[in-house]
Design a protein. Structure first.
Length: 242
């Protein structure tokens, strides 16, 4: 029986719809096979222009599944991120631990984040998340502040802030300036992740029972936290590498 033109068009549309659906499904499956990149935004992230973090999101396309992590649910913001490309939007309360093989990116500069990380404070979601990343040997990237000082701060204050940045770097966390920097740092990230994490973090808890001017032995790869360094200096403890 001959079919009329309208019927033929209907069948063709159905076929094209199915093909399109399969294409989307395949794309999702391909994306789901990639490791995750968690982009964690701070409480005040709405105060920043999207141009400040959009290049960073683009830098991981095709390499990672993008997971946008916001402090709380916001339908308008979730829709905005969805328009920037395929991604999943979650909130702090949705997540408990980073996946194996994942990376974590803090796409906006935040000095408070640097200070808390240097002091190994893990009383909130972000601090706990960073601690887990470090303990699992996962890569963490932080956005570098463009202008760190006004020039009017006391020298002691500047030295202290710079020491916090130095401590954070010693934990294996990388500071980057823009999307290109992220792209360059991500080139060899998988090879780096294949190397087992070495060493441990020495905290004041490890040192508090030592007498003044005592000797404390550490192994290659061990890292003293900022507070532990202050404790060592205050009590004259000698750090000896075995």
């Amino acid at each position: 029986m001959a079919m009329d033109e309208q019927r033929v068009r209907t069948i063709l549309n159905e076929i094209l719809h199915c093909i399109g659906g399969e294409g989307q499904l395949t794309s999702q499956m391909d994306s789901s096979s990639l490791p995750k990149a968690y982009f964690i935004f701070p409480d005040n992230w709405q105060n920043y222009e999207s141009s400040q973090y959009a290049p960073v999101l683009k830098a991981v396309e095709g390499k990672y599944q993008k997971v946008i992590v916001l402090p709380e649910h916001d339908a308008k913001s979730e829709e905005c991120f969805s328009r920037m490309g395929a991604c999943t939007v979650a909130v702090y309360s949705d997540l408990h631990a980073p996946d194996e093989g994942s990376i974590t990116v803090f796409p906006l500069p935040c000095r408070n984040l640097v200070v808390k990380t240097a002091l190994c404070l893990s009383g909130d979601f972000v601090g706990c998340w960073i601690r887990q990343c470090i303990e699992k040997g996962l890569h963490v990237y932080m956005k570098k502040e463009e202008e760190m000082f006004t020039g009017q701060e006391p020298a002691a204050y500047r030295r202290k802030i710079l020491s916090y940045y130095k401590d954070v770097r010693s934990y294996g966390i990388c500071f980057v300036e823009d999307g290109n920097s992220y792209g360059n740092n991500l080139k060899d990230v998988k090879a780096q992740q294949a190397k087992p994490a070495k060493g441990r973090f020495i905290t004041t808890r490890d040192l508090r029972d030592l007498p003044k001017n005592a000797e404390y032995k550490i192994h290659p790869g061990d890292v003293l936290t900022a507070l532990a360094k202050e404790h060592v200096k205050k009590f004259g403890i000698r750090i000896v590498e075995e």
